[in-house]
Write a protein that binds this ligand. Sequence first.
Ligand SMILES: Nc1ncnc2c1ncn2[C@@H]1O[C@H](COP(=O)(O)OP(=O)(O)OP(=O)(O)O)[C@@H](O)[C@H]1O
Length: 453
Amino acid sequence: MSIANEMNLLIVEDDDNFREMAVAWMRRKGHRVEEAANAQEALKLFEEKYFQVAIFDMNMPGISGLELLQRVKSDGVETQILILTGQATVENAVAAMKMGACDYLTKPFPLADLEHRCRLAHDLWSLQKENRQLKEVIARGRPEKLMIGESKPMQDVIRLIERVGPTDKAVLIQGESGTGKELAAQAIHHASEVRAEKPLVTINCAALPEQLVESELFGHEKGAFTGATTTKSGLFEVADGGTLFIDEIGELPLSLQPKLLRVLEDGSFRRVGSHQERRVSVRIIAATNRDLSEEVADGNFREDLYYRINVMSLVLPPLRKRGKDINLLIDHFLNSDWSIAEDALELMQNYSWPGNVRQLINALERATILAEENLITIEDLPLEVVESTDSGEILKRSENVRRLDLIERAHIIEVLKEEQGNKARASRTLGIHRRKLYRLLERFEIDETSYRD
Ligand SMILES: Nc1ncnc2c1ncn2[C@@H]1O[C@H](COP(=O)(O)OP(=O)(O)OP(=O)(O)O)[C@@H](O)[C@H]1O
């Protein structure tokens, strides 16, 4: 018998004969079994050991099986309890079930039945344990990341999230790429009164081919299409009771839109390849970086679906419209032992950040790899930030830096040509450390391999 099939059992029975037989039987079947002849002994064992399943005889002198059950349950033990009762006391078994026993057996019964019922009780114990673990995982998955922003447009967004979060309404989040749409969806889900303890499940329609989107969302039956080797539940079922975040909803194929509309209207849907109707309770938060009303006008998105998901609308401002928020975000994402040179900061403040917060995070990460001595300078910023049209003014002031850059770049290329693209030799010729050369190659976007023979 494998370890997984082994059970930790406790048998509480005052009839010595029966108890000894039951214990011997269960041990022979490979289970770990403790025994008690009365409730006091049982309570002591509960203090010392952990049982998955316990069997209580109902009629015992002193503390009865029912009282023992009451005590054990009020201590909050996770053990599943099976009650043994005589013909005359069957109605007590009903009372025991109400008090939290999972099952009962009427004497006499074959010992094989006892093992079978213990097995069912053990299955229940496993499921409850799994359920506790999953709840814990969900609770720990709560975002520690908060939406940062003190600018007026961000404050409006944060206030709106606080207002719509607790309602159960569908929300459409619009905003350019990297503006924090997914983060906003998390904030809305966690502000929900009824759903926050349940899962938040995400699907990105742009990342999947059409047929996969359908089976991801709604699940499929075995054999529904080539490759469907097993039955699979869809994300609507996984998110039941919670929230489904549909990212890039503008990419949802037209053919699937009626199916989504239906589940939004009454919670009903069918798995791919199944006739059986299922029902769920799922809140929808959708996001898009396209203008969905235009998609509706162009016939790419159903108007009725648009109105269904756009009950509440949240528009995330692009970073360039968030004023001094950029400083807050830099402070937030940069470790406190880092600083930024004034002209570099000014360039960042003036840049348009088409990739928004995500692009800013990437630029900072890159800069901290390139920079020396924990100071980020213009040299460590991506070229697009330094050379953007918005940065003219600042660059005029940094003109010398730029000219030097050009001279430096040309010189490095010249040396690389002389050394046939060999970085070790080139750095020696240039009189700089190899790491410094790597940094410059990356910054000037020079590919040394193109100078190899
Ligand atoms: N206001 C904010 N405060 C703190 N971090 C933010 C904020 N907005 C975005 N971020 C961070 O920026 C990154 C990108 O955000 P997110 O993935 O939510 O953007 P998105 O709009 O969903 O992007 P896409 O459209 O590309 O899917 C994430 O790491 C997120 O934590």
